[in-house]
Design a protein around this ligand. Structure first.
Ligand code: PRX
Length: 658
């Protein structure tokens, strides 16, 4: 992290006190921090009481074989029962669980908890009839439609771990995930709506099936009704959702699973070319997501209308659209489309129409709205909002203040929540009724969580300085391993500070003079583009798999809209000559095909050489200087110091494209 960033942040001295009304009725008060610190396990036992267990645990935490944790040992529960049935049994069946809003205007559906229970039971019975049993993996590749939530809960109900693959990922990316977790069934749809047009999904599943033969059945939701094309249906494999789910029985008795039974695998990018399957298990994860959703958003389930704009293809959609909110029995909004279709005020209109009280989104969205100005949101009545949340990347102070002022009418606390796919739940965040907000700071670990900022040697840094962000104690929703790769799990997260037994998160952070934490971003080769995690190596591998490419280096360069943007430096093979006129377009298309549109480089620069140290390591720092149009820094450790001149010349001569 640069000194410049550190000192800029030091100058940020705006403070926002919790509103008196929220403070007075806050779910958690300041005493919770101490209480949790004094007896962490007792605190987590107390939080677990918010769920219904078929059999109570006999030990809160088994940490005898770190880093392999077991939480709520001996406990048994069913996640879907906790998210749905128990609310119906408590007499809240008529309460709306989902106000689903489709992208086409007037395409909407309200689904009560009782209706959700029916749907989940039918889908569970349908999956059983397709031969899915407890422990079998099911992939879900769907747009933001209610069936996505139903599918996840149906899997959970029968103990089949799901792996949701973001609909924006390509057939290749889908195939590698299907193969890695050996998914037996894929649940998809004909397509979804994107900016007013149907956009096909099913063909990507068909293509993925040509690359892996693990899939036995594909369950297809009819969403757009679009033509599946010639060869777009395979009677031996494909089944319509409406044929097998709608006709299935709505009676299904949920089985109680062990607290450590796998709930889902979520793939995320790491520092190598191969995505990691992050494994979350049932009991601890559900406790963690339900507790944090209640504590961090100060949730009042009887009166709040909650909306998280994340896609279910990411962990935020798992913890804060499906498991946390539904375990807490709240009414929430789920929206299918993009923020500005068919008009730029679409989100604000949804907040107004449904009286949303808690809204959770990402800084990249906030920045794009800031660009459009206050006029559009100002036209809407958003006085129902009482709490705003931010997630996915550092929120720059100006975006924070704009969000609070323009969207929250200066009434609403903003909770800047730091966490990861691996942590499963929010770890560092203000509590809206307790903590005063500092724009740009995630503040302190929430009660029950222990984090530190440490130096190279693993020693806590003093207030006012920066270092590595680590988690110093296990937590219930922690990842249990990387699917099928315990060694990689140990190496990736626990080796760096093995002596201390800390989990290293991959982020750099700073403690300010009050000891509050400012997360500064990744210190490894992971980029954050619009709050989406991308691996430089994965994109490099994609580029190198193109026949014209000899070598590639990818860096994340600062970008006003997306936080970071993908910039690629490419050396062509000799026999490819100059690659042809369309080489940049061709390579961008190739990355899109290999990974998906989110990974498409903003910029590709064809260069004659790459800057390397004598040991052959690419010096990304220098490439970042070029990509961010800065003067190139210290080149003394380069094996060949003239390389940077060559790169600059190559770029000046026009072999690049934005
Ligand atoms: O770098 C941090 C950043 O996002 C990374 C985690 O990405 P992912 O697993 O995709 O999960 C995103 C949603 C939880 C972190 O290592 N990050 C996430 N939230 C914040 C953040 N950086 C700064 N501030 C945050 N609030």
């Amino acid at each position: 992290m640069s000194e410049e960033t550190l000192s800029n942040l030091l100058k940020e001295d705006r403070r926002f006190e919790p509103p008196a009304e929220i403070a007075e009725h806050a779910n958690l008060k300041s005493e919770a921090y101490d209480r949790a610190r004094q007896d962490r396990e007792a605190f987590w036992a107390e939080q677990a009481e918010r769920l219904d267990w078929s059999q109570k645990w006999d030990r809160v935490l088994d940490w005898d074989d770190p880093p392999f944790a077991k939480w709520y040992v001996g406990g048994k529960l069913n996640a879907a029962y906790n998210c749905v049935d128990r609310h119906v049994e408590a007499g809240r069946g008529d309460k709306v669980a989902l106000h689903w809003v489709g992208e086409p205007v007037d395409d909407k559906r309200d689904i009560t908890y009782a209706e959700l229970q029916d749907e989940v039971c039918r889908a569970a019975n349908a999956l059983l009839s397709l031969g899915v049993g407890a422990g079998d993996r099911v992939a879900i590749y769907l747009p933001m439609i209610p069936e996505a939530v139903v599918a996840m809960l149906a899997c959970a109900r029968i103990g089949a771990p799901h792996t949701v693959v973001f609909g924006g990922f390509s057939a290749d990316a889908l195939a590698s995930r299907l193969e890695d977790c050996q998914a037996k069934v894929v649940i998809t749809s004909d397509g979804g709506y994107r900016r007013g047009n149907p956009s096909a999904l099913k063909p990507a599943v068909d293509e993925a099936r040509t690359k892996t033969d693990v899939v036995e059945k594909v369950l297809v939701v009819r969403r757009t009704g679009q033509d599946l094309g010639e060869g777009g249906w395979d009677d031996a494999v494909d089944v319509w959702w409406h044929d097998v789910v709608d006709g299935a029985s709505a009676d299904h008795t949920p089985e109680a699973f062990d607290a450590e039974h796998p709930l889902y695998v979520m793939y995320t990018s790491g520092t190598t070319g191969k995505p990691k399957g992050i494994l979350h298990t049932t009991g601890g994860y559900l406790v963690g997501s339900a507790y944090t959703h209640w504590a961090v958003f100060d949730l009042k389930p009887e009166t709040d209308v909650y909306w998280c704009s994340a896609d279910i293809g990411w962990v935020t959609g798992h913890s804060y659209l499906v498991y946390g909110p539904l375990a807490n029995g709240v009414t929430q909004v789920m929206y299918e489309g993009v923020p500005d279709s068919p008009e730029r005020g679409r989100w604000w209109k949804i907040i107004q129409d449904y009286g949303v009280t808690i809204f959770y989104t990402a800084p990249t969205a906030i920045r794009s709205f800031m660009k459009q100005g206050a006029e559009i949101p100002d036209r809407h009545d958003m006085s129902s909002l009482r709490i705003l949340g931010s997630v996915g990347e550092p929120i720059n102070p100006e975006a924070y203040v704009w969000y609070r002022h323009v969207i929250g009418g200066d009434r609403t606390p903003v909770v800047d929540t730091w966490w990861q796919t691996e942590t499963g739940m929010i770890m560092i965040s203000p509590l809206p009724g307790v903590t005063h907000g500092k724009p740009g700071s995630a503040m302190t670990p929430i009660p029950g969580v222990a984090a530190e900022v440490v130096d190279e040697a693993g020693e806590p840094v003093p207030d006012g300085s920066g270092g590595y962000l680590v988690l110093t104690e296990p937590w219930p929703a922690m990842l249990r391993t990387i699917w099928g790769d315990d060694e990689r799990f140990k190496d990736t997260y626990w080796a760096r500070f093995a002596e201390q037994g800390y989990y290293f998160a991959g982020d750099g952070a700073k403690k300010d003079d009050d000891g509050d934490i400012w997360v500064l971003g990744r210190v490894d080769d992971v980029m954050n583009v619009s709050g989406h995690r991308l691996s430089t190596t994965e994109i490099e591998s994609a580029l190198v798999s193109h026949p014209k490419v000899a070598e590639a280096a990818v860096v994340g360069a600062k970008d006003e809209d997306t936080g970071q943007a993908v910039c690629a430096f490419v050396i062509l093979r000799e026999d490819a000559g100059d690659g042809g006129d369309d080489i940049v377009k061709e390579l961008r298309g190739h990355v899109r095909k290999e990974i998906g549109p989110i990974a498409t480089p903003r910029q590709i620069m064809i260069v004659p050489e790459l800057p390397k140290t004598r040991s052959g390591k690419i010096m990304r720092r220098l490439l970042r200087d070029v990509a961010e149009h800065r003067e190139v820094g210290d080149v003394t450790t380069l094996a060949d110091s003239s390389v940077m001149d060559l790169i600059s010349q190559g770029i000046d001569s026009g072999r690049s494209e934005d």
